[in-house]
Structure formats: C-alpha cells, structure tokens
Design a protein around this ligand. Structure first.
Ligand code: F3S
Length: 758
C-alpha cells in the first residue's frame, strides 16, 4: 500500500500532548465534565484561559490543525491568499481537484475531457500549491472528503475545509467545519478561525443496524427529526452503544450529511472501528497515538451517563427498529420509509419510473458502501435481473476505485449495466451532461448523495431527486420504479420467474488491504523560489482580485431593493453551480449568475426583477451589473435560513462586487452569514420577522446609526415606501467587535493585508 500524504505524526503528537492540561482548564472554567466536542474545541482554543465558552453566544478564536480546499472553492481562496503577501501557508493545507470533472460518458473519457477543458485552472492550482507549500491532489485522485478521511483526518483533530461537507471527517472523531474561502485564507495566513461557540445536540444511538438499514438511514432520520434548520449553530455529537456498531466510514456518512440540517459539524467518539480504519489506511502510528489518549477522545463518563444535563437537546434513535428511508424530493428532510415512497409518489404526482440511479459521492462511496451495493448487483445478475434504469457509480477516491476494481466489485455493477464515472463529484454538484431529459420534463432520480435541491444534480428544476442508501439505490435501479420495496417485493427475471433480493452484505474493510491505484498526490517542493504562478490577464476563468472599498463612514440612505427572495434561497439560488463552476476563479464573470435562481417575492418568478433605473424587468444579474457599474449601492431581502447550502463565498462576493451594502433576512444560514461579514456586506435580520412583509418592490431602505454599530445592539432601519410613507424597523446582527472592523475596512481580507504589510 502506498500512502502518499498523511498528516505528519508530529502534528498529531503535538495536538495530543496538550490534552491533559487543556481539558483540565476546560473543566475548571466550565465547572463540570466535558462533552467530546467541547474537549476538541477547548484543545484548539487560541487562548484556553479566555476564549469564550458560552454556547450560542461567545465568538471564539480557534486554531485548526489543517485546511482542505476543493478545486472550485480553492481558486478564489488562493487568489485571496496570494494578495496577503506571505511566503507559505501557516498550517498544512491541501487542494483536491474533484468538482470540475463533468460526468458524460465514463470515468476515463470524462477525466480526459476535464484535463483538457480545465487545464488553465489545474495549472494555476498546481503551481500556486507548489509556491505556497500546499499538497496538491490531481484530478482523478478522488473526492476531497474521502481523501481527507483516508489521509488526514485523525481523532481529536480540528480542520476547516472550503466545502460544506467537510464534517465528513467527524467519522474519525475530528471536528471538521465547512467554511468559505475567506475563513481558509485566515487560517492559512495564521489568523485564528473565529466562530460562535456552538450549541450541542446529542444523538444517542441504541441497538444496532440490521438488514437493509444503513448508516445513511440514521442521518436521514436525524434530518426528519431536526429538519434542514434544526442543527443551525450546533455541533451534533453521536454516542451510545449503537455508535460502536457503525464503521468509521459509516460514521463519516452520518457526519457528512449533518450539513443538510445546518449543523456546524458532527462527530463520533473514538472507538475500535476508527482504529481499524486508521490501520487499514496505513496509519497504525495514528491509531497507537489515539489509543494512548483514548479517554480524552470521547465524552466524559458523567456526560454519557446523563446526557440531558450536558447537551442542549438529546435525540435517541433505536437502530433495531429504524427502517430504510428515502428522503426528498427537493429537500433532504422530507422523509419516509422506502416502503411508503411509491404511495407518496402517486399521491403527489411524482413519476414513479426512475430515470437515473446514482451511487457514490463523498457521502457514500466507501469500500463498505460499495460492497453492500455490489452484493445486491451480484445477486441480481445471478438471478437473471438487470437494471431497468441507467445506473452510475462514482468511486470516492482512486484508492477506493482501484481496490473495488481489484476485488471484482466494479465488475458486479457493470454486469447489471452500470457505468463507472470518474473519482469526482460529477452529478452530485450538477456536473452532469444529461441528454435524456430537458427542462420541463418531470422525472425522478434516486441517489446515494447528500443534497437534493432543485437543479442540484443536473441543472433541471423538473428533476425530482430522492436520497437514500447506496444499496437501496441499486435495488431501485434494478426495479426501475419507486414503487418497489426491496424488503418485501419480488421482481420478474429474464426467465419470467418472481425473485426477491436478499439483504445486502457489506465488508467493512478489504481483506487484502487497500491498493492506492494511480498516484494522484504532488507534494510541494522544499524550495519553491523558482515556482511561478501565472494568471493570464485575458483569462475568462481566473482574475486577480482588487480589494473592496472601505466603508465611507456614512449611513446607508434610501437604497433600492435589488431582490426580495421568497421562500428558500440557497447559495445555489444566489450563485448557481453547474455551468458556472468554471468561473469560480473569475469574480466578474461568475457574477453573471447572481440571484439567477432566487424567486422574486413580488412576482413569483425566478431570476428576474424590476430595474429601478428605468422600471424594466430584467434578469437579476443584469440589474446588478447595471447598478454596480452606475455606482448604485443596493440591498437584498431574504426569507428564512437565507443562504443555506454550500460554503461558497462567491454567494457573498458577487453581491459585494456588484454593490450590495446589506442583506436583510428573517434568518441566515451560518456559513453564508459569516461569508457576508468577511466580504464587508452587512448581514441583518428583522427583529420582527413580520417586517419582511412590509418591504415593497419600489421601496427604498435606509440603515442608520452605523457609526455606533456595536455587538448585540439592534440597528435602526427605515423603509421608505413608494407612496412617501416610512416605516421604522429594528434590525439585528451577530457581528463581534472584530467583525464590525471587517465591515469598516471593507472586508476581512483588507485587515489581513494591512496587518501583513504593517
Ligand atoms: Fe462533491 Fe457532492 Fe461531496 S459535490 S464534495 S461529492 S457533496
């Protein structure tokens, strides 16, 4: 086995070396026992004696051990890092080329096409990584979170990643938080990572998984209970006897999808399953180090004995009685047992015929996942069944792909007609060139992915995506219909016989060990002085950044409302992915998608609004460009949980670039709110959520008293109605003193640059 990278063992010893002392400080300061999340956070406090520990209240500086970036978000993060003027990154960091590979034919052909089509971006990322001491994972080497789990995650560690599913590493007991590129820039420039001290949700798992029920079903059940907002501002900690029955990769699936409930991150306590995974992935030394401090890598016994006294909320799930679930369409918390989805589809007019079935993604492409899904495929082939719908498999990493190929599992899928895609995100992020349906064709897909917002997978709002476990995806692909319950129903085979699928069988870790496959890692050179980072001035993919202007010291007076969003407005609605991914390194070009998916609260139409300069209806990106070029500052209005979804800071940078001064909402998703702060846009919420209704299409908004902006104090807003009347409203914010400075300086990066220069 070749392990190309790995977190250096010295770093892990350093982290473990402070546990005794720091946890004692934590217990003294809080006057009680600690949960696991508290232990990891306390051990990473910038200042263990003074760092705020008030849940949901204090903003606290932390020192993560690592940074990971995927290729779509790394471009803007590293363009920002370049402007900071430092010789190398302050903490071990990696770049993973996974998001830009489009699924069309098959893994090999699609990878070649990506290498050709994205060469400029890949060359930039490879050279900028070499220049600044960053490990570079080439296209085809795997999906960021799977590679991090295989190489870098370690129990009790802390990392940030520029992707919302970074919490996947919680499967190895790490606090791993999805952030915007601006946060990554902070940590890479040796500034602390600032975060509101999280609330804690405890999930006690009893019983054990059995039959068709998989780790995926646990998180689908948690999503049902907590909904897409229920984890906001919280870390979800899993414990109980059921937790120990789940493999490390199964735990990672559960932590990965904690992003779907808005959780800051999720994690499990250190156990034998984690030790087995560490050893199987060539990290025996890490397992030994973790074993030596194992008592520090779980919640204290007092916590486990009486969780209600330590967590803000405790949920209990009995794995013995949990049924296989399938969630969707359009939202991951719309849950029901697989046995009911056919009936639900008929009731709601959703097509029961499945147009595509997709297995893999960072959520569900471990060796164990693939063996369980392949066992269904193998049995189906033996019983004379084939897929009734197109089935595509995305391995999570080259290590997984090479291992499942060696062990005959890919052949099991191919025998029932499946296509194997590149080791990359592909259809999970809308990188899917699909020709069988087009916009307007209502169609159903089933995936083992995590996210199922409209347009997420194929850019089509009329595709209904359901998420479930990989083995259930394969069973449904063989049946071709949502109206099939693999637990009870039979299928007709080639010979006209009625056959039933057996319970899936998984293998936690490969008997012969993992094989690394084709090497995809490039370590940075010892001496990078000769490395040149080139950004072509005429590039339409990459653009060097200009700093945003500082606040001019004046109140914001009578600004137009460029966009008032109705209902869900995710980062996909604000800055769509799919075809726009290629402009992630070019702020001006990617701003051509601004608010293109947002539903106009005044018209119910998506993507268009009224241009106040001439009263014409235009696409939002066009209005924003016109305002930006005319120097007109403006405001956007959002509904509940505005900006939920991914961590992309483009959703904050684009409005800023086009002149947004503030975004006022009923509530924000955490990462997006932080990103707006970083870029110098004021994120405000209506003190009275009903005030959202008072904002009319032709109204102007003033935000007053900004010179006195202080933490925890409301801000005065005034709506100037079109008929001349005014309504005063109270607005709230969550900015710390430091974050208020970001607003004043024009962005957080302006402060970093100033400090670096000074
Ligand atoms: Fe990629 Fe989908 Fe995960 S986009 S990182 S595979 S959520």
């Amino acid at each position: 086995m070749a392990v190309a990278a790995n977190t250096p063992i010295e770093l892990i010893h350093r982290v473990y070396g402070t546990l005794d002392e720091r946890l004692a400080v934590g217990r003294r300061r809080l006057g009680r026992a600690l949960t696991l999340a508290e232990k990891v956070l306390v051990n990473h406090l910038d200042d263990p004696e003074t760092g705020g520990l008030d849940r949901g209240v204090s903003y606290t500086d932390l020192r993560p051990d690592r940074v990971a970036m995927q290729d779509a978000t790394a471009q803007m993060a590293l363009l920002q890092f370049m402007t900071a003027g430092l010789p190398e990154v302050a903490v071990p960091s990696t770049v993973h080329c996974d998001h830009l590979i489009q699924a069309k034919e098959n893994g090999k052909v699609d990878l070649m096409a990506a290498l050709e089509g994205n060469s400029e971006v890949y060359d930039f990322l490879e050279s900028v990584s070499a220049k600044y001491g960053i490990g570079f994972w080439k296209p085809g080497s795997g999906i960021i979170h799977q590679v991090v789990l295989e190489q870098y995650a370690f129990p009790g560690g802390m990392m940030i990643g520029t992707d919302s599913h970074t919490p996947n590493a919680g499967g190895l007991g790490m606090i791993a938080i999805g952030v915007g590129g601006a946060d990554a820039v902070d940590v890479m420039t040796d500034f602390p990572f600032n975060i509101r001290w999280p609330k804690l949700i405890g999930v006690k798992l009893t019983g054990s998984l059995n039959g068709w029920t998989a780790p995926k079903d646990i998180i689908l059940e948690v999503a049902r209970i907590l909904t897409v907002k229920g984890g906001t501002g919280a870390i979800v900690e899993y414990f109980g006897p059921g937790a120990e029955s789940i493999s490390a990769t199964g735990k990672a699936t559960i932590c990965n999808m904690g992003a779907e409930i808005g959780a800051t991150t999720s994690l499990f306590g250190y156990d034998d399953a984690m030790a087995r995974y560490l050893k199987a992935t060539g990290r025996e030394e890490v397992a030994d180090a973790a074993n030596a401090v194992a008592h520090h890598l779980r919640a204290d016994d007092e916590v486990l004995a009486n969780p209600e006294a330590y967590y803000d909320q405790v949920i209990e799930i009995d794995l013995d009685t949990l049924e296989p679930l399938i969630n969707g369409p359009h939202t991951p918390d719309l849950s029901r047992p697989v046995s009911r989805v056919g009936a639900d589809a008929q009731l709601n007019g959703w097509p029961t015929t499945i147009s595509y079935a997709l297995v893999g993604s960072c959520t569900n492409s471990s060796y164990e996942d693939i063996t369980r899904a392949a066992s269904i495929a193998r049995e189906a082939a033996a019983k004379g069944l084939r897929c009734q719908t197109d089935l595509m498999i995305t391995p999570g990493s080259e290590q997984v792909r090479a291992t499942i190929e060696r062990d005959g599992l890919l052949a099991d899928f191919e025998r029932i007609g499946a296509t194997v895609l590149a080791n990359a995100c592909g259809p999970c992020i809308g990188q899917w060139s699909r020709s069988d349906v087009s916009e307007g064709d209502l169609n159903t897909i089933v995936t083992s992915y995590n996210r199922n917002f409209p347009k997420r997978n194929d850019g089509l709002s009329t595709t209904l995506a359901f998420v479930t476990s990989p083995e259930t995806v394969v069973a449904l692909a063989i049946a071709g219909s949502l109206d099939f319950n693999p637990l009870t129903d039979t299928l007709t085979n080639d010979a006209g016989e009625e056959v039933r699928l057996s319970v899936p069988v998984g293998v936690e870790l490969p008997d012969q060990g993992f094989t690394a496959g084709e090497s995809g890692f490039i370590a940075p050179p010892e001496d990078a002085s000769a490395v040149e980072v080139v950004v072509r001035p005429d590039s339409d993919r990459l653009q060097l950044l200009e700093p945003f202007a500082p606040w001019d010291g004046n109140d914001l007076v009578e600004l137009p409302v460029l966009m008032k969003a109705q209902g869900k407005c995710t980062t996909d609605h604000i800055s769509a992915a799919g075809p726009w991914l290629k402009y992630r390194g070019h702020l001006e070009n990617i701003s051509g998608n601004l608010f293109a998916g947002a539903v106009n609260a005044f018209t119910g139409e998506a993507g268009t609004g009224k241009d106040i300069t001439d009263g014409q209806t235009r696409p939002y990106p066009e209005i924003a460009k016109r305002y930006g070029e005319a120097g007109i500052r403006w405001i956007a209005i959002g509904d509940e949980n505005y900006g939920e979804g991914s961590s992309r800071e483009h959703a904050a940078m684009e409005p800023r670039f086009r002149g947004a001064a503030a975004v006022i909402t009923r509530s924000f998703a955490r990462i997006h709110e932080a990103n707006l702060k970083k870029q110098g846009v004021l994120p405000l919420t209506f003190a009275d959520p009903a005030d959202y209704e008072k904002v009319g299409e032709d109204d102007r908004i003033s935000i007053l008293g900004l010179a006195d902006l202080t933490p925890d104090a409301p801000v005065q807003g005034r709506i100037h109605h079109a008929d001349g009347a005014t309504t005063d409203i109270s607005l709230l914010h969550t900015m710390s003193p430091e974050q208020i400075e970001w607003f004043r300086a024009g962005s957080a990066l302006n402060i970093i640059r100033r400090n670096t220069a000074g």
